[in-house]
Structure formats: C-alpha cells, structure tokens
Ligand binder design. Structure first.
Ligand code: BGC
Length: 270
C-alpha cells in the first residue's frame, strides 16, 4: 500500500451524524461522501448539478456502507434551489450535523481578458454557494441546539496567486475569511467551521495538467512531496475535522498539499 492509498478507516468516528456534501458527483466530493459513510455517518446527502445517474450510483455505494443516502440535485448558487434542498434534508434526515462545502469550479482567463460573466459565475458557485449552504446548515444546527461541523474546501490558491485564475483565487481567499467569520459567530453555539485547502489532487478539474507528461513534470516541480495527491487523502482530513477528535478546532485553515505552500523553489537553499 502506498502512502496515497493508506486506508485508515474508523467506522465509529462519525457514528449517527447526518451530512451533506456539495458537488459530490465526482473528484474530491465523491471521496468525502464515501469516507463519511465509511466512518459511521447515519445519513449522507450528495448534492450534484448534473448526471443524476452518477449521483444514484454514489447513493448506492453510500447505502452499501450502511448509511442512508440521498441524491440532492441543486444549483448551490440559486437560493430557491438551496432552500428546497435543505427542506428535503430536514424532512428526510430530521436535521444536519455536518456540511462539507465542496462544490467549486475554475475556468482560465488572463486577467486583461476575463469577462464579467466568468468572474460572476466562479464567485457565485465558489463563494455565494458556500455562503447559502453554510447559512442554511448553521440554522438547522443552531435551532436543534446540537451544534455541528462545517468544512469549506478552499485551495492552496487562497494564498498562492495563480495566473489566469484571478476569480478562482479571490473566491477561495474570501471563502477562508468566511470560514473565520462563521467560526467566530457560531463557536458559542457549538458549530465548528474550518477550511481545508487542498493542493494538486488528481481529479477531472486538473486532468488537462496531470494527464499531460509536460504538464505533470511542471506540476511536480511545485510539490516538495514530489507527487500529486489523491482524493482519499483529502477525505481523510475532512473526516477528522468533522469528528469529535477536532472538537477544539475552529476557524482553522488546514493545508493538505504535499508542501506546495512551502515555497518549493527554496528547498535547496540558495
Ligand atoms: C485547483 C487545481 C490545481 C491545484 C494546484 C487547485 O485549487 O483546483 O486545478 O491543480 O489547485 O495548483
């Protein structure tokens, strides 16, 4: 077993918890949804935008791990659709203990040419969508007086500027500040809110880079661990942040990036 495949599951860690993972139809979100089910969650809702057959298959996998599954179609940037999704979750799960704001998107536009609609779309999904879901989730958690855990999936690009992705970087930096604000406001209500900032993880979002030998070589130069991360390595850390083992962790930003944020070009001194 390689480091990347290590599979240290604790099937009791999230016992009884009810969770929602946004953008769960692939990549990091899919691994998180499965991980939460495998760590004992009672119910996992998978939010998705398109490809209902993929969501249905994921729900089947979640149920095979013993959790109740729910496929929740919604555009998270649309308030009415988010309200409808949370209504269904409240009815079917009777409440919510965990929200993972994972849904996100990126498109490439040099700054001088970035159209306003591309800027708006990325901010709408990555930031406003996370706001809408966090607010609805936090209302359920505080009304029930049970508290809960919210994890926002940000990025190394919350601190590393990235040419052609001004909208994406701005959305992730703002998301981390949103994490801190909600954490501050809701700590006394026992709602913990943290960000998890992945580096280069092999998913369809960046396949054009790691799928190309030249692109992969260039990418690996930016990662001190000299390998691309796996979605399971993100999911494991999300499960930790959602669990009672992280009971005193709130407002934190956890980088899970193989050292990408450590100024790799300085690794040999000079
Ligand atoms: C992006 C990926 C990129 C990685 C490292 C992530 O936030 O979604 O496309 O490979 O950062 O640059």
């Amino acid at each position: 077993m390689t480091e990347a495949q290590s599979d240290n599951i604790n099937p009791h860690r999230l016992r009884g918890r009810r969770a929602l993972v946004t953008g769960a139809n692939g990549g990091i979100g899919r691994s998180i949804a499965i991980r939460l089910a495998r760590e004992g969650a009672a119910a996992v809702a998978v939010n998705y935008l398109s490809r209902p057959e993929v969501a249905a298959e994921l729900v089947g996998e979640i149920e095979a791990w013993g959790a109740k599954g729910l496929a929740a179609q919604a555009d998270i940037a649309d308030e009415a659709q988010v309200d409808e999704m949370f209504k269904r979750i409240a009815e079917e799960f009777g409440g919510l203990d965990i929200l993972v704001n994972n849904a996100g998107m990126e498109t490439h536009h040099p700054f001088l040419k970035m159209p306003l609609d591309a800027w708006r779309k990325v901010l709408d999904v990555n930031l406003t969508g996370a706001f809408l879901c966090a607010q609805r989730a936090a209302r359920l958690m505080t009304e029930a007086k049970t508290g809960g855990a919210i994890v926002n999936i940000s990025s190394v690009h919350t601190v590393i500027p990235w040419g052609g992705y001004a909208h994406y970087c701005a959305s992730k930096a703002a998301l981390d500040m949103l994490t801190k604000n909600i954490a501050l406001e809701l700590a006394s209500e026992k709602v913990r809110v943290n960000s998890l900032a992945p580096g280069a993880i092999a998913t369809p979002i960046n396949e054009d880079v790691w799928g190309d030998p030249e692109g992969l070589r260039d990418l690996l130069r930016k990662i001190p661990s000299e390998r691309i991360g796996q979605t399971e390595e993100i999911a494991a850390c999300v499960a930790f942040l959602c669990s009672d083992e992280a009971s005193y962790v709130t407002g934190a930003i956890l980088f899970v990036d193989g050292g990408m944020t450590l100024y790799p070009e300085f690794r040999h001194g000079g």
